[in-house]
Structures are given as C-alpha cells and as structure tokens.
Design a protein around this ligand. Structure first.
Ligand code: ADP
Length: 376
C-alpha cells in the first residue's frame, strides 16, 4: 500500500511516494521554478514528477497506490478532517482562497492536475490548519470589533498543524508517555516558523494566526509587528496593499534584516563580522524566547519542548540561544548532546532539567500519507 503526497505551492511542487504503514519513502522530489520558460505550469510540473518517478522504475499505475494526499494550507472554519476531494470540495476551497491567497490557489491547481492524471484514485485534502481547529476561544479570538470578525471569519487558525501534531505525538512516543499526559511546546523552525502550546494533547495556543504571517520571525516573513505599521506604510509611506504584502511576506524576517534567509548563510555572514546579520539573528532569537516564555505561562507546567524543521533540527546554536539561561524555569540544555548530530528524535536536555528538551525530525508527508490511508 502506497500513497502519493503532493504539496503544491505557487512556484514549486513537492511530491513523495510513501508507504504509510512502514514510513518508507519510495521516492520524493521537488519541481521548482513553476511559471518559468522551462516549467510553464503545474500541469508540466506534475508530468515532470511522473517522468522522474518512471525513470526510477516507479510507475504510479503499478505501485499499489491507494490515494493521493494533498496538503492544503487553509481549511477555514469548515474543514479540519482529511476530506475526500470532489468537484464540490474544490468549489468550497476556491471560496476559501481569499483567506490564504498565496497558498490555497496553487494547492487547488495541484489538485486539479493530479485528478486529471490519476482520475481513478481517491484524492484527499489534508489541512494545515486542522490540528488547531479547536483552540480555546481566548486564544483564537482577536480583540477587534466582533461584528467585523464574524462577518469575515477573522480568527486565529494556526498553520503547520500537521507538523505540530506529528512532532508532539513522536515526542510522546519517544518518552514512552501517553500523549494525553504531557504538556508540550513545539517549535517548528523552518523557512516558515511557528510555535504551539499543547496541553494534554489539545493545542491551546499557536503563534501563526489568521494567516501564516503572525508570530515568530521567519526566513522572509516579519511575524508579529504593530498593526499600526501597516496603516503607516499605507498612509504615510504611500505603499499600496500589494507592496506591503510583498514586503512583509517576502522581504522581511531574517532576510529583510540580514540579507539571507538560509541560516547557514546567515551564520557565515555573522562570523565574517556582518552587523546586520547579527541583528537579524538577535531579533529572531529574542522573539523565539518571548514565545517560549509565553507558552510556559499558558501551560503552567511544561513537560517537553521539541525543536523541529530545517533550522530547529539542524542549528544547534539556535536551540542553545533560544533556551540559554532558563535554569530557573526548569530548562537546561546539555551542550554535548545539543551539538551531536543525528537524524533521529533525541534528548538534548540534562538529566536535571525539569523540562525535557528534544529534537524531533518532522515528516509532514508521512503524516499526510497516514491520514489518507486511515481515510480510505
Ligand atoms: P520549509 O519547509 O519551510 O521550506 P525547512 O523546514 O525545509 O523549510 O527549513 C529550511 C531552512 O532550514 C533553510 O532555509 C535553512 O535556514 C535551514 N537549514 C537547513 N539545513 C540547515 C543546517 N544544516 N543548518 C542550519 N540551518 C539549516
């Protein structure tokens, strides 16, 4: 039994052929630069993926595929369970596109081309917002005019949910504890970055909001800013909405401050004495520490903090700096464990640390494949 997982973004299409029961990946890859001369559209991208799989001897019609799983960023208020895709669902996803204008339209394109290419298989949408659909009202509600919020479905939805759920479950399994017994903080630090607080298996807060722009400083996104800045940029600086959108989504975060969004390059700049790169890093770490502190307070008692995704899994200095000097709060990192490298889930806190700190590799494709397999 295998599942084809598709994560279709505006300029890239990631795919993986996964055996959900063993976790084995038969193949995975990414097709980039969609919209360029070489790769005009998502249709061409999926055909290229199809050919790449065939070159590896993997023919989708003889692989025992049971479903195609699609990552969909925004499920709005309606969708949180993995959902079988039909024409009706595509219409509803299109209605949700204004909530996630950068993310949902390319996912819909990916779904449409995949359904054409593999019409006889069930296609399943798995939503990035799903895990957080039941946040407590106090965490999900913005303190803005209630009627406007209701009219436009403005609330905290949260994103990276598949990863936060997978990582927190893996952390419980690693510790041989029941999921319901643990209070956890998950720090998903990739190009996009988000934090979550999970009390006894239920998410009680998360840093991304109505859109994936809120919260932590990210590779190219600002995370939290004073909403007044947006008004100022519009009114006084004369920027239009699209300029502001581009600035906050693509030209901010560590790249906006330090010139690089890849932490390996940012580190090299810092080591060569680049003050801007240093400031970018300091702002990133300061925000991360603020969220850790906030979630320690939200949870009251925290058992586990897990780092995951590209930066969280690989950058020992980020982990060290984010949690340095918190012994009084029960958090103590063992620097030898922290700097040892491994692809597996592992503990990096000292035996005396009241809070267990882990590095847990995320695997959103596997989680999506398992959700699809459960469904079909
Ligand atoms: P996304 O899925 O959001 O694109 P990833 O979780 O793959 O992001 O994370 C990508 C980021 O991880 C890169 O931009 C880079 O900053 C960081 N990264 C990857 N490998 C390393 C490494 N060895 N050391 C430090 N940072 C790394």
């Amino acid at each position: 039994m295998t599942v084809l997982v598709i994560n279709s973004g505006s300029s890239s299409l990631k795919y993986a052929v996964v055996k959900p029961d063993t976790g084995e990946f038969l193949a995975d890859g990414i097709i980039e630069q969609i919209g360029s001369a070489q790769m005009p559209d998502h249709d061409a991208a999926l055909r290229t993926a199809y050919d790449a799989l065939a070159d590896q001897g993997l023919h989708l019609d003889t692989l025992g595929l049971v479903a195609v799983g699609h990552r969909v960023v925004h499920g709005g208020r309606t969708f949180y369970r993995p959902t079988l895709i039909d024409d009706g669902l595509i219409g509803k996803l299109e209605e949700l596109s204004p909530l996630a204008p950068l993310h949902n339209p390319p996912a819909i394109l990916g779904i449409e081309v995949a359904r054409k290419l593999l019409p006889d298989l069930p296609h399943v949408a798995v939503f990035d917002t799903a895990f957080f659909h039941n946040l407590p009202d106090a965490a999900a509600t913005y303190a803005i005019d209630r009627a406007a919020a209701e009219r436009w479905d403005i609330r905290r939805y949260g994103f990276h949910g598949t990863s936060h759920q997978y990582v927190s479950q893996q952390a419980a399994a690693f510790l041989d504890s029941s999921y319901e017994s643990l209070n956890q903080i998950v720090l998903h630090l990739g190009n996009g970055a988000s934090a979550s607080a999970i009390a006894g298996g239920r998410p009680v807060d998360t840093s991304m909001g109505m859109t994936p722009m809120e919260g932590l400083v990210m590779g190219t996104r600002s995370g939290d800013i004073d909403p007044g800045i947006i008004l100022f940029l519009r009114r006084t600086a004369g920027m239009d909405v699209d300029d502001i959108d581009t600035m906050l989504n693509r030209e901010s975060g560590v790249r906006g401050l330090g010139g690089e969004n890849d932490f390996r390059k940012l580190r090299a700049c810092i080591e060569s004495g680049d003050e801007n790169a240093r400031l970018a890093y300091d702002v990133y770490i300061h925000r991360l520490r603020k969220y850790v502190g906030a979630y320690l307070a939200v949870l009251g008692r925290t058992d586990v903090i897990s780092f995951t995704a590209g930066v969280g899994e690989n950058d020992a200095a980020v982990r060290r700096d984010a949690l340095a000097g918190l012994t009084a709060l029960g958090i103590e990192i063992d620097e030898t464990l922290n700097t040892s490298s491994s692809r597996e889930a592992r503990r990096i806190s000292t035996p005396d640390s009241a809070v267990t700190v882990l590095v847990v590799p995320t695997n959103e494709e596997l989680a999506i494949a398992q959700a699809c397999a459960d469904m079909v």
